[in-house]
Design a protein around this ligand. Structure first.
Ligand SMILES: [Zn+2]
Length: 92
């Protein structure tokens, strides 16, 4: 599987991708986070590579539509990741 890119273009805006240690909050595991003002997507570096990709897709979906709820985004990112994997689109 490909490594995550250093940046990603989302509808003409370039977002940097940083792999960092994200702190877990009390009631939810945070795998990824978007700093909108900084155009940066943070991904927890402790995740496996497939989990990092799924998290990246998840955060991109948030960028594309801030109104989508967390459950919808999680479901869509998981299924989109499945489509990419089953078509070998994330292969090196
Ligand atoms: Zn989310």
């Amino acid at each position: 599987m490909k490594q995550l890119p250093k940046s990603i273009l989302v509808e003409g805006k370039k977002y940097r991708i940083k792999q960092v240690y994200l702190q877990d909050t009390d009631d939810l595991d945070v795998c990824g986070f978007i700093i909108g003002a900084d155009q940066t997507i943070l991904i927890d570096r402790r995740l496996s590579l497939p989990e990092k990709w799924e998290t990246l897709l998840h955060e991109v979906l948030h960028i594309l539509n801030w109104r989508l709820g967390e459950n919808t985004v999680t479901s869509l990112s998981s299924r989109l990741f499945g489509v990419l994997v089953s078509n070998d689109l994330l292969k090196i």
